[in-house]
Design a protein around this ligand. Structure first.
Ligand code: SAM
Length: 463
């Protein structure tokens, strides 16, 4: 049964009333957030709407504090892999738009193995599988083949342990197949929660149906996928409206399935072939984007927040402080893009990325900035998904599990892929963190692994 739980008028009214929120209301909302209380919709709207620089600074501080309290200094790493750019939709912002004339392709399983080999050589353990929508060229069976191929592909010490899937909204039956294939999170961006704007940018194709797209996570949940990841494409519509839409969607899922979004992504519109970014009148400037990210962190403290290489290095560094817990590195956003890059072929991506640094330099910089790059996929592999993950996160216990796992996977990464300089700084970070590991035997194990990094020995442990 289709339902539309996004009350457009309710959101518009909230944002209109938020203009009248006085300093006392905003200050009280920030005090509440600081002490871990859940904010009311009207308070979140007031934070979004404030232009007062002192309050914006407080929003940043509060978001940063919440982030450190819940996630510590761990940052989860991932990379996208594009398998097909065939698409039957006409979305005006996307280069895959059906009416764009270019030579489309999808990876053969052999080509996919080559892509995965490169990704494994970069040290990635977690992928986001991306595809355009085409039942004919990119059927669910093709996607299932891709998933199987990726999970089976082991190259040197590398392996992909978690595949998150970002494919078009589909049927409950197909979601069951994805569940059985062992996917991690099913990710789908609503693009915008403003139905009028949605209809304008989605000209034709199955994705044009707002409710079909909106109800995708209900079908996924009914099929047993309990880790779902939402997002909107900032730049299409009023960003404040879309943040409120995301939060209402999250509450709908919490109410109905006992668990909201596992992650929220914050993609921002980028130039892409076949579209002119200047035709979009709701582009979000850097200050607004930072405020939005921080307010989302405050509103949903336990939801992972994902940032891609759509953002440049400076923006990524800033947003990591405000709430982002997961970033991509070394990304190619084109079908076969990793092999093409290696062959120095001209790349025509889905959108142009703004952080083109290699994975290892991004990961190295994270350490320099005091973060622990984590390649951990243990929650999903141990069945800590959906409400089991959320209740652990809310009880504050998750850090006891995540910290040692993050350090262990960083040990693994350093030994397998780091040069002497990288190993040295990773070893020093791990050494500093060891006292924070609460479990005695895990602490001893980490100390043992640390010796291997320092002496450049082969790895004899497997995470
Ligand atoms: N085909 C899937 C669907 O229909 O939802 C999603 C796959 S698509 C590869 C992933 C996401 O890229 C889209 O949901 C959209 O938000 C984003 N995207 C498309 N064009 C973009 C652009 N020009 N700049 C930034 N992100 C874009």
């Amino acid at each position: 049964m289709e339902l539309n739980f996004i009350n457009q008028k309710y959101i518009l009214d909230l944002l209109e009333n938020a203009k009248n929120a006085n300093d006392e209301i905003i200050s009280k909302a920030l005090d509440k957030a600081d002490s871990g209380e859940t904010l009311a919709h009207s308070e979140i709207a007031a934070l979004l709407k404030t232009e007062n620089t002192e309050f914006i600074e407080r929003i940043y501080k509060t978001a940063g504090k919440i982030k450190r309290r819940i996630y510590g200094n761990r940052i989860v790493m991932f990379a996208p892999v594009y398998v097909s750019d065939y698409c039957v939709n006409r979305c005006t912002y996307c280069s895959f738009n059906q009416s764009h004339d270019f030579i489309r392709s999808k990876l053969t399983m052999e080509q996919l193995r080559e892509e995965v080999k490169i990704l494994e050589k970069m040290g990635h353990k977690r992928l986001a599988l991306e595809a355009g929508e085409s039942e004919k060229e990119c059927s669910i069976d093709y996607i299932l083949d891709c998933i199987k191929t990726i999970y089976e592909m082991k190259f040197e010490n590398g392996e992909i342990r978690r595949i998150n899937v970002n494919i078009a909204a589909t049927t409950e039956e197909n979601y069951k197949k994805l569940k059985n294939a062992g996917i991690g999170t099913y990710i789908l961006f609503q693009e915008t929660y403003n139905e009028t704007v949605y209809n304008k940018f989605h000209v034709s194709g199955p994705k044009k149906d707002f409710n079909w797209h909106l109800n995708a996570f209900d079908r996924a949940q009914n099929a047993g996928i309990d880790d779902v990841g939402g997002g909107v494409l900032f730049g299409l519509s009023d960003p404040y409206f879309d943040v409120m839409g995301l939060l209402l969607h999250n509450e709908h899922l919490e109410k109905k399935y006992n668990t909201g979004f596992h992650t929220i992504s914050v993609p921002r519109l980028c130039p892409a072939s076949g579209m002119n970014i200047n035709d979009f009148s709701n582009l979000v400037d850097d200050e607004t984007f930072a405020k939005i990210t921080a307010v989302i962190r405050i509103a949903v403290p336990f939801t992972g927040m994902i940032l891609s290489t759509r953002e440049n290095r400076d923006m990524r560094r800033k947003l990591l402080q405000l709430g982002i817990s997961q970033i991509s590195a070394g990304s190619a956003t084109e079908v076969g893009g990793y092999q093409k890059r290696r062959r120095n072929e001209i790349i025509t991506p889905q959108f142009f990325v703004n952080d083109e640094r290699s994975a290892v330099s991004i990961i190295g910089e994270l350490i320099d900035d005091g973060y622990i790059p984590s390649f951990c996929t243990a929650c999903y592999r141990s069945g800590r998904t959906g409400d089991r993950f959320m209740s652990l996160a809310k009880s504050g216990q998750i850090g006891n599990v995540c910290l040692p796992n993050a350090l262990m996977t960083l040990c693994e990464y350093s030994i397998d892929y780091g040069d002497a300089h990288f190993r040295e700084k990773a070893a020093s970070m791990i050494k500093n963190e060891i006292p924070n590991i609460s479990n005695e035997s895990v602490r001893r194990k980490t100390i043992k692994n640390l010796e291997k990094i320092s002496t450049g020995q082969q790895r004899d442990f497997f995470v």
